[in-house]
Write a protein that binds this ligand. Structure first.
Ligand code: GLP
Length: 234
């Protein structure tokens, strides 16, 4: 893992942008994308740049089950607002959380991933070390699947919803195995609430107790952290 320590998420976004730019220059065509507050500064840099993704494909990590695409909290909507409306791709794929058959949808998505192997996967990390919606205990060889969210993730994500009850209880997420298939991984983490998860990811044992620790097994990972998120690293 290559660790890049930055002052704050604004500088982190600029570094993240550089990683995307380099990947494109190296011929990357398929980008795995993430939601949450963490990647926002990278998306701002990408939006404001002249990088051309029109011949590229994106696949998002995850989506809530049961939210319509136009719901303000859907990841579909998040991605359109933060990136896709300003930066056109050839195609943007997200799991369809409204699919009538969620299991069939997870198989369809896994098929899309095998047809479009990811060159660069962007990730954030949950406070409990989750990546995508792979909660602690998720198998390292997991594929795209339906997830029951833990209370800790529901609590963390409730800040975006009016009432805690409005937070969906289920999501579709790429598995850890699907994530590890990416050629390169860019993880960003900001703020002291991520410090324990960052320490476990980088310095802890490789264990499903911390899903992000699986990244230690991947040969090409860049981690961008601010001082607060890096504060517990040795
Ligand atoms: C969510 C998403 C993750 C994200 C994480 C952290 O649960 N499914 O992909 O990395 O939470 O979110 P944030 O960046 O807002 O801290």
């Amino acid at each position: 893992m290559q660790i890049i320590k930055v002052k704050d998420s604004v500088v982190g976004g600029k570094k993240g942008f550089e990683v995307f730019k380099q990947a494109l220059a190296n011929g990357a065509k398929v980008f795995g994308l993430a939601t949450g507050s963490t990647p926002e500064t990278t998306y701002t840099e990408l939006r404001n740049s002249d990088l051309d993704f029109s011949q590229c494909v994106s696949l998002n990590l995850d989506e809530y089950v049961g939210l319509q695409p136009d719901n303000p909290q859907s990841y579909y909507r998040f991605m359109h607002e933060h990136l896709f409306d300003a930066k056109p791709f050839k195609h943007n794929y997200l799991p369809n959380g409204m699919a009538p058959d969620i299991v069939a949808e997870t198989a369809r998505y896994e098929e899309l991933l095998s047809e479009n192997p990811i060159d660069l996967q962007l990730l954030g990390i949950g406070r409990n070390g989750h990546i995508g919606f792979n909660e602690p205990g998720s198998p390292f060889d997991g594929k795209t699947h339906k997830v029951k969210l833990t209370q800790s993730t529901i609590d963390a994500n409730s800040r975006f919803f009016e009432h805690e009850e409005d937070v969906p209880r289920y999501a579709i997420s790429m598995g850890i195995g699907s994530i590890l298939s990416a050629k390169q991984i860019l993880m960003e983490a900001y703020g002291e609430k991520k410090a324990d998860a960052v320490k476990a990811m980088v310095e802890g044992p490789i264990t499903p107790d911390c899903p992000a620790s699986a990244l230690q097994k991947h040969p090409n990972v860049i981690v961008i952290v601010d001082e607060a998120a890096a504060s517990k690293l040795n």
